[in-house]
Design a protein around this ligand. Structure first.
Ligand code: PLP
Length: 455
């Protein structure tokens, strides 16, 4: 490789990077970003990159939006910090909660704020446990998640996550967390099994799990409407319609993790609307503030909320909350982001781009290294395979996906390798031309990858 620049060397000397092969970082060199504008990022050398992942599926309005900057400045001047503990309040937290109630896909009574998606999901688990304690059934505490789910990295959120990399090394998942099947037909269907048969089998498997464990021990089921970090997995149609009655029958709360899906990403305000999911409660973060500040939220319906209120005298006040949950700058940015999404009609805009996105993915599908392409709205993925006919994956040791991502950086674009699946999640404000250019650059990187693989 190239000799490291001064800023790269300083980075390596001082920063511990998450999700990074640290033993190789000195050789590959960190990519240190300097500034961003629109969908473009510029590294400290001035090289431009199209940001095809909205950072980590979050910067839906791209970079340098003047209205967002102004909203943050104004809130900083008015009240840069306060909190919600002990019944304190602030205008931005109220306004954002009102907005969320207005746009939520199911009736919502209250909003609980966190600083992140992991904390939102941790809060969901505590709320479900507290709820069942409130109702005098302390044994109803297990949470069912899914293989390949991604719900974050705190000890509980990592347990809910269904990816080996988040478990091994930490002795996770903790007790009380179960994982049912991943609804990925391409990978997990049986020989000749139709989507409808696959869905019926998964529903049966979930039912069996609930019966085996005892429905009186299960508090909640959590799912991303469209799975993100597990590889952008869009469930077959009818999946949620098949499993939700089984959950409701046993009084199991249904938690939608909308941390990636929410706020227009899938061509609806909420991913649950795109996949026919009807949740009890919702976790939101990321595009909630378009990533201009960290913020998470848990959206709670009236009956669940009322159970806490009814029993708070016996249980004590809900003893859970984060210093920065409902941070006024985050909330002001949430209010502004939603206002911008509404004014610029972001849902319609995403729908307008979707045919181009799908057509470019469909074109890639013919490539010999590509096993499957998938998408929902403006989030998608390309899964690369060693053998198209048998769907055989590459040996992970070859790092085919991470090599493609590296080649792509060379061509001036950023996408994320999830193993050998390459995720696409461009800022929702991307133009048709910019989206075309992102795919052009991806195709160059795919050609580089083909040359690399055949070596
Ligand atoms: N849930 C989903 C679906 C996510 O994709 C993520 C992050 O990627 C999280 C939760 C965790 O959010 P955070 O990284 O803000 O803790």
């Amino acid at each position: 490789g190239h000799p490291l620049t001064n800023v790269q060397q300083r980075d390596i000397n001082a920063v511990l990077h998450p999700y990074t092969p640290l033993h190789k970082l000195a050789e590959t060199g960190p990519l240190v970003m300097g500034h961003g504008k629109g969908v473009y990022l510029y590294d400290t050398q001035g090289k431009a990159y199209i940001e095809g992942m909205s950072g980590l599926w979050c910067a839906g309005l791209g970079f340098g939006d003047e209205e967002m900057i102004e909203a943050a400045n104004e809130q900083m001047r008015t009240l840069p910090y306060y909190h919600l503990f002990g019944g304190k309040g602030m205008e931005p937290a109220i306004e954002l909660a009102e907005k969320l109630k207005e746009i939520a896909p199911v009736p919502i009574s209250k909003v609980f704020y966190t600083s992140s998606g992991s904390e939102a999901n941790d809060t969901q688990v505590k709320l479900a446990w507290y709820y069942n304690n409130s109702l005098g059934r302390p044994e109803k505490k297990k949470i069912i998640s899914r293989v390949k789910a991604y719900h974050g990295v705190t000890v509980m959120a990592a347990s809910l996550t269904g990816l080996p990399g988040n478990h091994k090394g930490w002795d996770l998942p903790v007790d009380r967390v179960l994982h049912t099947d991943c609804p990925h037909h391409y990978r997990f269907s049986l020989e000749g099994e139709s989507e409808a048969e696959f869905v019926a089998r998964l529903a049966k498997s979930l039912k069996d799990m609930i019966e085996r464990e005892g429905p009186e021990t299960i508090a909640a089921f959590i799912a991303e409407p469209v799975m993100g970090a597990g590889g952008v997995i869009v469930p077959p149609s009818g999946y949620f319609a098949a499993i939700e009655p089984i959950l409701r029958e046993h009084d199991i709360l249904i938690i939608a993790d909308e941390v990636i899906n929410g706020f227009g990403r899938t061509g609806n305000w909420w991913g649950s609307q795109s996949v026919g999911m009807t949740p009890t409660t919702i976790s939101a973060a990321k595009q909630l503030t378009a990533a201009y500040a960290p913020l998470g939220a848990v959206l709670v319906p009236e009956d669940v909320y009322q159970a806490y209120v009814d029993h708070s005298a016996q249980l004590g006040s809900f003893g859970h909350g984060f210093t920065y949950g409902g941070h006024p700058v985050g909330c002001a940015l949430g209010v502004k982001a939603i206002e911008i999404y509404q004014r610029r009609n972001i849902v319609e805009y995403v729908r307008g781009l979707t045919p181009t996105f799908e057509a470019r993915l469909a074109k890639i599908k013919d490539h010999p290294l590509v096993g499957e392409v998938r998408s929902c709205g403006l989030v998608g993925a390309v899964e690369m395979v060693a053998n198209k006919a048998t769907k055989r994956s590459f040996d992970p040791a070859h790092g085919v996906g991470s090599n493609l991502a590296k080649f792509l950086e060379g061509h001036g674009a950023i996408l994320r390798a999830l193993g050998d699946t390459i995720a696409f999640c461009p800022p929702m404000i991307i133009t048709e031309d910019e989206l075309g250019e992102l795919f052009n650059r991806f195709e160059l990187a795919l050609a580089d990858t083909e040359a690399y693989v055949s070596k």
